[in-house]
Ligand binder design. Sequence first.
Ligand code: PLP
Length: 220
Amino acid sequence: LSLAASIASVRFRIAAAARSAGRDPAAITLIAVSKTHPVEAVLAARAVGIADFGENRVQEASGKFAALRRTAPSLRLHLIGPLQTNKVRQAVSLADALHSLDRDRLAEALHESRARGGPCPDCFIQVNVGDEPQKAGIALADADRFIDACRTRWALPVVGLMCIPPVAGDPRPHFARLRDLAGRHGLPGLSMGMTQDFEAAIAEGATHVRIGSAIFGSRA
Ligand SMILES: *Cc1c(COP(=O)(O)O)cnc(C)c1O
């Protein structure tokens, strides 16, 4: 498939999943995850109407997007990968949204950067919904405390929650758990759903789906 056809197909599937869940397709933001793909792929996706892009490494994102963001103000860059505190400065100057706020030290670093007058992206708190030891995200058992602390103690612009469910098994109970947690905290955003599971995520309330391979092809 051409890039345009892949994007059209993904959009069609998003709309179908939204409608069968009784939801408005316009309430779902498609984030095209361009990691590992060259800037030409980003430009081609932009040409067919993609406005939101996802990258998981600050360095790579900076190389591809720093210039582009000055010439294309409507473009939105989402950082979706683990963020080291020593990259916060670069990250906040580049990204519109951060989907991987997952620990006290990072929240504190964002707070300090903001206190010094730096910009701050919209934050999604990443929750380790499957309680997997190898995975990023705040532990489920610690999530209530962390969400409250991010919003009050560190006064960060938290817009929602994010998760990556375990690869094996049905992702839906994990998506549902994230939705319930967000609901309890009155958070509107739910960043969940990737190439393998975005339709299930939409059925459970996803507002932001992060899709790479179904758009750009498989990664090397
Ligand atoms: C790579 C990545 C995606 C996209 O994955 P695909 O399976 O290619 O759609 C989504 N979210 C995160 C956090 C990623 O790192």
